[in-house]
Design a protein around this ligand. Structure first.
Ligand code: FES
Length: 138
């Protein structure tokens, strides 16, 4: 049986949004799937108000990984960190009008990449705050 992809999946695969890297990203996440070997890297540029000003992704992955990360970047761009943290692979799949069941793990990769980038941002922020605190004590 041939797999069928929705129009939206095919569109995001053929014209992925927000592909690339961000030089001065302040949150970067890289995740991989051990089974298929696909890798995804997500870059976030978050401003002082905690809004995701820019987001880009790079993937060495399958078509569904490209389509889901493309959709995921569109869903979190301009959103707050809190809103982005709520992003689930289920919401991404729904926004793409579905994925064949064997391809759902690809959307999990997209979700994990976003969460890993957010985690990296929080870690960096905590570090700068620690440093600032240490400076003040001097
Ligand atoms: S086959 Fe692994 S991410 Fe799609």
């Amino acid at each position: 049986m041939a797999m069928t992809y929705s129009e939206k999946v095919r569109d995001h695969f053929a014209n992925p949004r927000n592909v690339g890297t961000i030089e001065d990203a302040n949150g970067v996440g890289e995740v991989g799937n051990a089974v298929c070997g696909d890798i995804m890297k997500m870059y976030l540029k978050i401003n002082d108000d905690g809004i995701i000003e820019d987001v880009k992704f790079n993937t060495f992955g399958c078509g569904a990984a490209i389509a889901t990360s493309s959709m995921a970047t569109e869903m979190i761009k301009g959103k707050s960190i809190e809103e982005a943290a709520q992003l689930t692979n289920k919401a991404v799949v729904e926004a793409l009008d579905g994925l064949p069941p064997v391809k759902v793990h690809c959307s999990v990769l997209a979700e994990e990449a976003v969460q890993a980038a957010l985690e990296d941002y929080r870690r960096r922020k905590a570090q700068t705050e620690d440093k600032a605190g240490a400076e003040e004590k001097k």
